[in-house]
Unconditional design. Structure first.
Length: 103
């Protein structure tokens, strides 16, 4: 998560995300730095972010919020406070929203 936040800061979140998920079994610090280089990111800044845990507080806050709201996976959505877990077709969300609107 911290590496992804640094990738976001450098404007490379989605390409970095794609590298991670295409190689999910081989994710480690060395690989993250290698992929950062392949994507023409600032590898020194990525290494610094990982070494110093630059984004740890943000990630920890997100994890605490997920725990508070019982989010255990993705995707998880909330419609007027109701947790909707998993990938659902649009009609599921439309139905919930229309119900709230009294339609």
């Amino acid at each position: 998560a911290q590496a992804s936040m640094e990738a976001q800061r450098q404007g490379k979140f989605w390409p970095f995300h794609d590298k991670i998920f295409a190689n999910i079994r081989s994710v480690n610090k060395a690989q993250l730095l290698k992929w950062a280089g392949e994507l023409k990111m600032d590898v020194k800044a990525m290494k610094h972010a990982l070494d110093t845990k630059k984004y740890k507080a943000v990630v920890d806050a997100d994890l605490a919020l997920a725990k508070k709201w019982h989010v255990r996976g993705t995707p998880t959505f909330f419609v007027n406070g109701e947790r909707v877990t998993g990938a659902h077709p649009f009609k599921v969300f439309a139905s919930k929203i229309n119900k709230l609107l009294g339609q």
